[in-house]
Design a protein around this ligand. Structure first.
Ligand SMILES: Cc1cc2nc3c(=O)[nH]c(=O)nc-3n(C[C@H](O)[C@H](O)[C@H](O)COP(=O)(O)O)c2cc1C
Length: 324
């Protein structure tokens, strides 16, 4: 069991915030396979305050989509507090502050991973959230800005001082982005320093890597990010592996096809046929990894315009290679 403040979770496997990906359909699909706590993608506090329509859409949820964490991005305690007041009446269970995003457009504004340079400011923003929020407040950090400034321990201690309920850490520096090796040692050090739970991120790509993260760092939970792209089964497989030491068989192509169609229909009801068709292309590629005759179908998916075309192409995944 994992406790994040007042929130008790049976599963230590959490669906990570993923910008442009962690929408309602994606979260619901992962929940079918045992994902318990899931996050929205990062939502800009200043866009919320300025009432951007796309931002409002990121907050759409349904009763089945719980427990839900909302992730905010911002660097001004006042704006973050005002953004929180805007979302306060919504249904969610955790609010997280992003101090990890490495994208230059974000860090240039002093947001995301730029906050790693300013642990005291980060503490002030988190304090502002803690005083407002009736749900647990958490923060997501990185190991540091670059290899010469690995300061996650100091940043995490400042964050804990603000009265938050857990720290999420991506064990790479901002400079590493999403590549290069994950620093298990720094995650373990932060875990030892904190009295609140530490949830680890970075190369959480398979049941074996998940077990490795728990064993090498002593972390209390992990977030699954790229490992869940086209692979909601990772929740079921990792859960079985952690509990019983055995990884269940990977899904048959027929099951993959069934889930893709379910996911696609959810995408259509959320975005409509036109936008949904375009959006699902990347999911088709992710779901199709490892299926032998997918290449030709990928080309068709990138030209498809309608639901019927998309469904036919997905069905063709389970046909024999010769008949495609
Ligand atoms: C496309 C993409 C979008 C991401 N968006 C977010 C985000 O909105 N908020 C966040 O905290 N992390 C975000 N991340 C980081 C992931 O949550 C995770 O920390 C990172 O991918 C490392 O985990 P992995 O190596 O297991 O994928 C994003 C990562 C990717 C690849």
């Amino acid at each position: 069991m994992l406790k994040i403040g007042s929130l008790s979770l049976d599963s230590p496997l959490i669906l990570a915030p993923l910008s442009g990906i962690s929408d309602l359909p994606f979260r619901l699909i992962n929940r079918l396979f045992g994902c318990e706590l899931a996050f929205t993608e990062m939502i800009s506090a200043s866009s919320l305050v300025h009432q951007s329509r796309t931002t409002g859409r990121m907050l759409v949820t349904v009763p089945l989509d719980r427990p839900l964490g909302i992730q905010l991005l911002g660097n001004d305690p006042d704006i973050v507090q005002r953004a929180f007041d805007i979302i306060a009446s919504r249904e969610f269970d955790v609010v997280d502050l992003n101090a990890a995003c490495p994208v230059p457009k974000v860090t240039r504004k002093g947001e995301g991973a730029a906050l790693l340079h300013h642990p005291q400011k980060l503490r002030d923003i988190l304090k502002a959230l803690v005083t407002r929020a009736r749900v647990p407040v958490t923060v997501k950090i990185r190991s540091g800005w670059d290899e010469t400034s690995v300061n996650a321990r100091d940043v995490a201690l400042h964050a804990q001082d603000a009265g938050i309920s857990a720290v999420f850490i991506h064990g790479r520096t901002k400079e590493q982005g999403y590549s290069g090796s994950v620093d298990y040692r720094i995650i373990g050090e932060v875990k030892k320093a904190l009295s609140i739970p530490l949830i680890a991120s970075g190369d959480i790509l398979s049941p074996l890597l998940i077990r490795r993260m728990f064993e090498e760092t002593g972390c209390d939970g992990v977030t699954i990010a790229r490992g869940a792209l086209g692979n909601p089964w990772i929740f079921r497989q990792a859960d079985a592996f952690l509990k019983h030491g055995r990884i269940p068989e990977p899904p048959a192509v027929s099951e993959i096809v069934f889930i893709m169609k379910k996911h696609l229909d959810m995408v259509y009801s959320y975005y409509g046929e036109r936008a949904g068709t375009v959006l699902f292309r990347k999911f088709f590629v992710w779901y199709g990894r490892g299926i032998s005759h997918v290449k030709h179908l990928r080309d068709l998916v990138f030209r498809a315009q309608t639901r019927d075309e998309m469904m036919r192409i997905i069905d063709a995944l389970s046909a024999s290679p010769e008949s495609v």
